[in-house]
Design a protein around this ligand. Sequence first.
Ligand SMILES: Cc1cc2nc3c(=O)[nH]c(=O)nc-3n(C[C@H](O)[C@H](O)[C@H](O)COP(=O)(O)OP(=O)(O)OC[C@H]3O[C@@H](n4cnc5c(N)ncnc54)[C@H](O)[C@@H]3O)c2cc1C
Length: 500
Amino acid sequence: MKKSFEFDVIVVGSGVGGATFTDYVTRNNPDLKIAILESGPHRVKENFNQKEIDMTAMYFNRGAVLSKNLQVGVAAGNTLGGSSAVYTGVSFRPPKKVMKNWRDDFGMDFLSEEYVTRSLDEIEKEISVHELPKSWDNDNNKLFRKGAEKLGIPVKRLKINTKECQQQGFCNLGCTTGAKQGTLEVQIPKILKRGVKIFCNTKVVSVEENKVNVTVQDAPDGTLSNSMESGDYQFKAKKIILAAGVLNTPAILLRSVSQLKLKNKNIGRYLTLHPAFNVNGIHSKDVFGFKGFPKTVYADHFSASDHFYLETSFYFPGVTAKNNQGYGESHQDIMKSYSKMMSILILAHDQAEFKNRINIDENGNTIVDYCINPQTKEILIKALQEAVKIFFAAGCEKVLVPASKKNPLIKKDTEFINDLISEKYLNLFKTPLSSAHPQGGARMGTDPLKAVCDTNGKVYGTNSIYVCDASLFPTSVQVNPYETVMLLAKWIGENVMNKF
Ligand SMILES: Cc1cc2nc3c(=O)[nH]c(=O)nc-3n(C[C@H](O)[C@H](O)[C@H](O)COP(=O)(O)OP(=O)(O)OC[C@H]3O[C@@H](n4cnc5c(N)ncnc54)[C@H](O)[C@@H]3O)c2cc1C
């Protein structure tokens, strides 16, 4: 028989949703016995070395879980701290119109303007959200401003959550100094002091009422060792909080459908990805975009009219090579210009559709079943056209475009951009679309015919199972999502806490 352990609360996942939830629950309930089960290893900042070849091991599938149709690669952290160990820390509050939609269409009445403002004031203070000084803008950020302002596009400053940041550059490979105020630095140290137990390398396979079935694997080399031997175990708890992220929470529920006798057709559905193109222009001078903090400015100018954001970005060499099409010598030539590259991230606001979903294969593994729809294609094309204009206005000589008649585009193509970049040249099977902001799959709402969880996060049709992560989003939040995940986790943490 499997060895079993008993707790009051089991939290599955130590990322943004799971660790924030645990922080709120333990504030006023010091006697609760709580365990976090985390599939990733325990890495601390001393384990991070900013080398792409080593640090991409912090992600599921090295940073790209490919959609079934191979159109999009989804990035998510599989390490203590979850995606907050690899995120950039760009901090956005959810747009008011999205919150209104969630209240009006999904009955999430708790998200009043007053509650959202008060909660995020508190959260942002705790995790040190602030605007970076202009003196930190590296040349990539300065060029974005220059190009956009030449075209009359207003540029805004991003807020991020760091403390004493050393501007090392590659935040997405883990922060070696612990400046990034993700759950590894903020919530996890606090909850460990309050007596919460964390079991790493512990993958939750399925759940039953009050039971969690797990497989423990050996800790990989170079990470902290396990407190348990590898093997299968069962944990028992009064409440089970699924915070395994969008790629995994719906998959755990789907693997548990028969034990829980769930009939809800919405499980895994309404997945949105906030699909992104990272586009590079090649400047006449060195840009050294990899030096300093990668992103300090953005433009939301096109958000209401054309449904996309433009943010600055800069990625490590392997990802940059993947983001640019081609192979062989011509591709090597592109990469030789790495130090001259300017970089813009396009983020499209996609719609929540029933057909887009997280599913599982016959072995229970996650399948991302997502298809870019015609409206998102249109958004991506318009966004590419506008981004390319910014590159040339900023002084780039060439721009490498994933959907154009010719590649690269050169400066004198500027006046023909709207003809050269169009849907007929967008081959979604050859373009490097990515997503770091998956949302949905266990949407929250008052109507069980439209949602998977009620407005306390409890899974309809269960007594003890809750969801507390980005899977809850009923639609795309349309901005970088971590603050909204924290907002929902605070609410659920406080509500579940009141019920003890
Ligand atoms: C590279 C990158 C950059 C990003 N940058 C930003 C940014 O700048 N701003 C922003 O707002 N958002 C950003 N995001 C998105 C943000 O990190 C996520 O929206 C947020 O972390 C989602 O929180 P979550 O709790 O749903 O999932 P996560 O934080 O991913 O946590 C899920 C946890 O569950 C664990 N887990 C998964 N399956 C199991 C299982 N079966 N058993 C046990 N544990 C399991 C995972 O290992 C992980 O630790 C970024 C994401 C990535 C990947």
